[in-house]
Design a protein around this ligand. Structure first.
Ligand SMILES: *[C@@H]1O[C@H](CO)[C@@H](O)[C@H](O)[C@H]1NC(C)=O
Ligand SMILES: *[C@@H]1O[C@H](CO)[C@@H](O)[C@H](O)[C@H]1NC(C)=O
Ligand SMILES: *[C@@H]1O[C@H](CO)[C@@H](O)[C@H](O)[C@H]1NC(C)=O
Ligand SMILES: *[C@@H]1O[C@H](CO)[C@@H](O)[C@H](O)[C@H]1NC(C)=O
Ligand SMILES: *[C@@H]1O[C@H](CO)[C@@H](O)[C@H](O)[C@H]1NC(C)=O
Length: 242
């Protein structure tokens, strides 16, 4: 009798844990992190430097409590931020990028570092932005097209804006999004004193997180990696109950 009771108890408790995880939207090994009094507690899709990769898509650093920072992409710039709402709207206030853009006129690395992440099967990103086309330096045919406007150039690339933000990228050009003030700009980027980034995690990625997996963008296809570990522990627990 006892083993059966144990088994039932084990299954039930596991279900409770699973149910709790779903309800709460938290992984048990991804504890919320208190950033500072103003920002409050941070959880998925945000993690801190010591959390493991499945705990978040963006890393925050609150070691300087008065000016917490967030990294929007790997190897990217650490932006000073003011707040993060319950609905994952991140308010960024940082004037250093303005200085960086000014000090080096048209630098590929600066643009790469400061550009916003684009939407993916993992997360949809919404921000007022200036869309820049980064083209090889020999794409001078674009200069004659009235819909494109040359903004700046260096030895390797020329950067263009367009009148309509929805134009597809010309051949051999890639797209770069820079934050812009709420009003549409026609001139060259003036770094906004403040901007807001709305991050909407896809249903697939939320489900993956709850299962303890890592959300991945596999060439435009969503992939939930590392989920095997969770399965194993489930089987292990059921095995113990026997
Ligand atoms: C990250 O958050 C965890 C959980 O709150 C905490 O134990 C850890 O010290 C934090 N790491 C850093 C670098 O703040
Ligand atoms: C930038 O603006 C364009 C046009 O409004 C939009 O399609 C794109 O998703 C935006 N990019 C980001 C990162 O918000
Ligand atoms: C374009 O790039 C090539 C190769 O990097 C270089 O040789 C050439 O001088 C550049 N042209 C201009 C106009 O900067
Ligand atoms: C242009 O590209 C070459 C080769 O990739 C690189 O060595 C050089 O630093 C680049 N120049 C600029 C201005 O980015
Ligand atoms: C794109 O790049 C390829 C290879 O470098 C070149 O042959 C082609 O002419 C380029 N297309 C345009 C529109 O510049």
């Amino acid at each position: 009798m006892a083993p059966v009771v144990l088994l039932i108890f084990s299954v039930l408790s596991h279900l409770v844990v699973l149910h709790y995880a779903v309800e709460d939207g938290h992984n048990t090994h991804c504890p919320a992190y208190l950033c500072n009094e103003k920002v409050g507690s941070i959880g998925f899709p945000f993690k801190n430097k010591t959390h493991s990769p499945e705990c978040g898509l963006y890393t925050v650093d609150c070691s300087d409590r008065s000016s917490p920072k967030i990294q929007l992409k790997e190897e990217g710039y650490w932006f000073e931020f003011e707040s993060i709402t319950q609905l994952n709207s991140v308010s960024i206030k940082d004037d250093e990028p303005e200085r960086l853009l000014k000090s080096d006129d048209c630098n590929d690395d600066t643009f790469d570092m400061l550009s916003l992440p684009s939407s993916s099967p993992i997360v949809h990103v919404f921000a007022h932005n200036l869309t820049l086309f980064k083209c090889p330096n020999d794409t001078s045919t674009l200069d004659e097209e009235t819909s494109f406007r040359k903004q700046c150039g260096n030895a390797n690339h020329t950067y263009y804006t367009t009148a309509s933000n929805t134009s597809p990228a010309p051949h051999n050009c890639s797209i770069i999004y820079l934050p812009a003030p709420d009003l549409t700009l026609h001139g060259f980027p003036k770094w906004p004193a403040r901007f807001t980034l709305q991050l909407v995690v896809t249903k697939e990625c939320n489900e993956c997180y709850v299962k303890g997996g890592v959300c991945q963008n596999d060439m435009g296809e969503f992939k939930c990696a590392n989920i095997v570990k969770g399965d194993k522990s489930l089987r292990l627990k059921l095995g113990l109950g026997n």
